[in-house]
Design a protein around this ligand. Structure first.
Ligand SMILES: [Mn+2]
Length: 309
């Protein structure tokens, strides 16, 4: 039996989406794998904890939010809630765990996580991640040097070698960076992780963190993880097939107690998704006359207008 250690960070509002991550990962794991979910939270309600426990092997880690208050004076730290900073503390928070796969709560797992979890890291690498959308813009914004080993990653899916991070005091480096820069960060902890780990991250294939609106035309990619980094599937937005998948898994969680309501919601979403799809095709139609790389450029321009991160 192989143990895969996975980490999620959530509050009461996102508990039901955390359940979707757990449920989808359980459904798609190999038989000889045991998934252990470490859930970081500060005040999860009893009912939500009970429901999450029904989804899989879950361990809760309660975190004291006052640790982060110095960074949130006057609410200056923008685009971020405190739970997103929890993952910076993983090396000290889970001293018994040597390697962990951190997952956002706005994604679904569609295949076994074993290959990702067992990715080989070189002695210099602390993490394995996928390059983010608009990575070059992020590189420029952060002032990163253009070198082959440097890239800006999306931290929504992040394999971390906690043991190596502890050995090299990476957690302290992250918090030092946060202390010095928190007022000017656009993507909070993702920027902190990128800045601290720069040059020490293995670049993974896109299928491990497939940003759904980014790859509308690449349905043949068979993602291991589909990440709703732009518009969430529980909000009105663009069509993609993964939105339907999301509701398929949601309905299997203990949070879907009113099945009839879910079915109606599903139907509304389905109709809405189809409408979005039609409009999307009309909008994208000129792209089909272009060669692949020109089409990608145009997609990127449109996407940069619409993508909120
Ligand atoms: Mn996300």
């Amino acid at each position: 039996m192989k143990n895969l250690q996975i980490c999620l960070s959530t509050d009461d509002n996102y508990a039901k989406y955390a359940a979707v991550v757990i449920k989808s990962a359980q459904e798609n794991k190999n038989r000889d794998e045991e998934l252990v979910f470490h859930i970081l939270h500060s005040h999860l309600g009893h009912d939500n904890m009970k429901k999450l426990k029904q989804c899989g092997n879950v361990i809760f880690h309660k975190i004291d939010n006052s640790l982060f208050e110095p960074y949130f004076n006057n609410g200056v730290c923008k685009n971020v809630t405190i739970p997103t900073l929890y993952r910076l503390m993983l090396p000290s928070l889970l001293p018994e765990v040597n390697r962990i796969l951190y997952l956002d709560c706005d994604l679904i797992v569609l295949d076994s996580l074993s290959d990702l979890f067992n990715t080989e890291l070189s002695p210099a690498q602390y993490a394995a991640c996928v390059e983010d959308m608009g990575a070059n813009l992020h590189m420029a914004r952060m002032g990163f040097e253009q070198k082959p080993e440097n890239f800006y990653f999306n931290a929504g899916v992040c394999l971390l070698d906690l043991e190596k991070m502890r050995r090299n005091n990476i957690e302290k480096k992250m918090f030092d960076y946060l202390k010095a820069n928190w007022q000017k960060l656009s993507y909070s902890d993702q920027d902190v992780m990128n800045a601290t780990l720069l040059g020490h991250v293995k670049k993974m294939e896109k299928k491990y963190n497939f940003i759904t609106i980014n790859f509308y035309f690449s349905n043949d990619l068979h993602p291991v993880i589909a990440h709703f980094a732009g518009v969430k599937p529980w909000k009105i937005g663009f069509y993609n097939i993964y939105r339907e998948k999301f509701w398929e898994y949601f309905i299997q969680t203990p949070f879907a107690d009113d099945k009839k309501q879910i079915r109606i919601k599903n139907m509304v979403h389905f109709m809405h998704n189809r409408l979005c799809q039609i409009f999307w095709h009309i909008k994208m139609y000129p792209c089909f006359f272009l060669k692949e790389n020109r089409r990608t450029d145009l997609m990127r321009i449109i996407k940069n207008i619409e993508y909120k991160g």
